[in-house]
Design a protein around this ligand. Structure first.
Ligand SMILES: [Zn+2]
Length: 553
C-alpha cells in the first residue's frame, strides 16, 4: 500500500539534515509480535486451512484454522497470534484438547505430546469474536462493514501493519509462510466472496449462506490473506506472458462492470511492463485478480484489491507532479507491482519492508519508462522527491515489528534510480531486477541479501551506499569550490567511508568524479567555470565560495 503523502518542505542546499536516532520504546508485546521467539522458532509452517463464517448480523467472525507444520526442534510450547477482541476458544491436536494461555496478542499452547523433529503435525485452532472495525482502511487495519450503492453488504478485510492476527489465528511474523493455503469463507448467499488464489469450490449451504473455497498453491504472506464479500460481477481474460497463459480475473461491483472492462485494460499493460523489468509474473498457478473494495487498495497476493474510483492518478492526484502520474491508475500499477516485491520476495522482518516499497515505488517509474520513454520515467522519479521527509532511515528496527520511515517509498525509489546511474548500463540494471526475482523467488529475505546480490552482480562495493540511503536519514552533500580554475570537491553530511561516484558536467563536459569525505582536486586544462551535478542523482550539491568570489572580482 502507499502511505499517506505528507507535504514536506525540502531545502536541498544546507546542513539542515541530521541523522535522527530512532527513539522509541518497545514493549514485551512488540517483541512477542516482532521477533522469532523460542515458541516460534522450532516449527516451520507448511499449510493453513482457514475457515471463517462471516456474520453481518452482529459483525462477528467465527471459525477455525488448521495449522500444519514441520517440527524442526523438540519443543512443546507453541506461539499462535490472535489480537483482542478476537479470542481462541479451543485448540486440538490429534483429536485431543490442548491447554493454552493468553499473553496479550500472543497465545501459548502447551502441547500434550512431545514434538519430534522431522514430523509433520497439525493443530486445529478455533476462534470467534468481533474483529476490530477499520475506521480508515487500509492504514487502520480491520474489517469494513460497508454497503454498496444498492444497499448490499460490502464486507472486506485489510490488515497490513496491524497484521493478519487482527482477525485470524496464525504465526504472525513475516519470516515464515505456509507453502500453500485453503481459505473457506461462509457468507450471505446472495453475494460472493473473493479471496486469494483460485476458486476451487462454491457450496450452497441451503440456509441462506454459501461457502467459497479459494486455494493458494504458493507460499503466501499473512497480511496478504483477505476476504472480500460483495454483490460482485466478474470478467475474465487470458494474458499471454513469459510463462504461458495467465488467467486474469476481475471482480467488481455489478454496476461498475462496463467501467471496469474499459479501465482495467491497464492490468495487461502492467503485466507486460513488469514482466519486461522483473521477469515472469510470480503466481501463474494462482492467477492474477483485481478485486473492487471500498478503500484505495492493497497488494493482497493474487487478489490485488482496488478502490481508486476507476480514475488515473492516486485519488485523482499525480504523486510525482511530473504529469506522468495522471497517465495511469496508481493503484493498479503500484499494488500489482507488489506481486513481485512483497508477495514473491517478502521482507524477513518488518524492518526490511523498504524492500517492498522502494522497489515498487520505483516500479511506477519503470512502468512510465516502458510506455512513455526513459526521460519520462526519470522525470516521474525525480518528481516524487517532493514526498521525502528524511526524518529517519528507511530501514526499521528488527525484532519489534517496526518498519522504517515512510521515505521507503519515494526516497527508496530515488535511491534505486541513483544506483542505476552508478551502474550506468540499462540492460545490466534490468538483469539485476530480474535476477533478484529469480534468486529470491517466493522467499522471505533480509535487506543484506538484496544488497549483497546487487554488489555481486555489479562488482561494486556498495556498503556505504546502502549505509547512507537505507540505514541513515541524511542526503549526502556534494560540496565543491572552484579554486584557481580547478574544482575541489568532497562528500559531506554522509556516513563514514561514503564514496559514491558522481556524474557531473564540468564546463558542460560529462565527467565522473569519485568524491570521498576528503577534499580532492580535479585538474583541468581549461579553467573551470561551471560544475553541474547530474539531476538523476538524489544528492544535495553545495557550491562553496570559489566561483562567486571570482565572478565579483
Ligand atoms: Zn506499496
Amino acid at each position: 500500500m502507499h502511505s499517506k503523502i505528507l507535504i514536506v518542505f525540502l531545502i536541498l542546499a544546507g546542513y539542515s539534515f541530521s541523522s535522527f536516532a530512532q527513539e522509541r520504546t518497545f514493549t514485551r508485546q512488540d517483541t512477542l509480535r516482532g521477533s522469532i521467539t523460542p515458541e516460534r522458532e522450532w516449527w516451520d509452517l507448511t499449510y493453513y486451512h482457514l475457515s471463517v463464517k462471516v456474520n453481518p448480523g452482529d459483525s462477528s467472525f467465527t471459525g477455525s484454522n488448521l495449522i500444519s507444520y514441520n517440527v524442526l526442534n523438540p519443543n512443546q510450547v507453541m506461539q499462535i497470534d490472535l489480537q483482542p477482541p478476537m479470542k481462541i476458544t479451543e485448540i486440538n491436536q490429534d483429536g485431543k484438547k490442548q491447554r493454552f494461555k493468553r499473553d496479550g496478542n500472543a497465545w501459548f499452547v502447551k502441547l500434550n505430546e512431545v514434538q519430534k523433529p522431522g514430523e509433520v503435525k497439525n493443530i486445529l485452532v478455533e476462534f470467534e469474536g468481533k474483529p476490530k472495525v477499520s475506521r480508515r482502511p487500509p492504514w487502520d487495519g480491520g474489517v469494513s462493514w460497508k454497503k454498496d450503492d444498492n444497499g448490499n453488504d460490502f464486507i472486506v478485510t485489510a490488515n497490513q501493519g496491524d497484521g493478519a492476527s487482527l482477525w485470524w489465528p496464525c504465526k504472525d511474523h513475516p519470516y515464515d509462510e505456509p507453502d500453500s493455503m485453503l481459505i473457506s469463507v461462509t457468507f450471505p448467499g446472495n453475494l460472493m466472496n473473493v479471496s486469494n488464489g483460485r476458486l476451487r469450490k462454491l457450496e450452497d449451504n441451503n440456509d441462506g449462506t454459501k461457502t467459497s473455497h479459494w486455494f493458494v498453491a504458493n507460499p503466501i504472506n499473512g497480511y496478504g490473506v483477505n476476504i472480500n464479500i460483495a454483490n460482485y460481477n466478474h470478467f475474465h481474460e487470458v494474458f499471454n506472458g513469459e510463462k504461458g497463459n495467465l488467467d486474469c480475473d476481475y471482480w467488481v461491483l455489478d454496476y461498475n462492470l462496463e467501467k471496469a472492462r474499459e479501465h482495467f485494460k491497464q492490468a495487461p499493460m502492467m503485466l507486460e511492463a513488469f514482466e519486461h523489468w522483473f521477469g515472469p509474473y510470480p503466481f501463474y498457478e494462482d492467477g492474477y485478480k483485481l478485486v473492487e473494495v471500498p478503500y484505495p487498495g492493497m497488494e493482497h497476493q493474487s487478489s490485488v484489491t482496488y478502490g481508486n474510483g476507476y480514475k488515473n492518478g492516486y485519488g485523482g492526484r499525480d504523486i510525482s507532479k511530473s504529469g506522468y502520474g495522471m497517465k495511469f491508475d496508481f493503484i493498479i500499477i503500484h499494488e500489482s507491482g507488489h506481486e513481485w516485491f512483497a508477495n514473491s520476495i517478502t521482507n524477513w522482518d518488518e524492518a526490511d519492508m523498504w524492500i517492498h516499497e522502494s522497489f515498487i515505488a520505483y516500479s511506477e517509474c519503470l512502468f512510465t519508462e516502458y510506455y512513455w520513454g526513459k526521460e519520462a520515467g526519470a522525470a516521474y522519479c525525480r518528481g516524487t522527491r517532493m514526498n521525502i521527509n528524511n526524518d529517519r532511515p528507511i530501514m526499521g528496527i528488527r525484532g519489534v515489528n517496526f518498519p522504517g520511515s515512510g521515505d521507503m517509498y519515494s526516497k527508496g525509489a530515488n535511491m534505486l534510480h541513483t544506483l542505476r546511474q552508478i551502474i550506468d548500463d540499462d540492460e545490466k540494471w534490468r538483469q539485476i531486477l530480474r535476477g533478484l526475482n529469480k534468486e529470491f523467488y517466493h522467499q522471505t529475505v533480509k535487506s543484506e541479501q538484496i544488497e549483497n546480490f546487487i554488489m555481486e552482480a555489479t562488482g561494486l562495493d556498495l556498503k556505504s551506499f546502502f549505509g547512507q540511503y537505507v540505514r541513515d536519514s541524511r542526503i549526502p552533500m556534494f560540496e565543491y569550490a572552484i579554486v584557481d580554475g580547478n574544482v575541489q570537491y568532497r562528500w559531506a553530511n554522509c556516513v563514514r567511508g561514503f564514496n559514491m561516484k558522481l556524474k557531473t558536467y564540468i564546463n558542460g563536459k560529462l565527467t565522473w568524479l569519485e568524491p570521498t569525505r576528503r577534499w580532492k582536486t580535479l585538474k583541468t586544462e581549461n579553467p573551470v567555470k561551471e560544475v553541474k551535478v547530474d539531476k538523476d542523482f538524489y544528492v544535495a550539491a553545495l557550491s562553496l565560495v570559489g566561483e562567486y568570489c571570482k565572478e565579483k572580482n
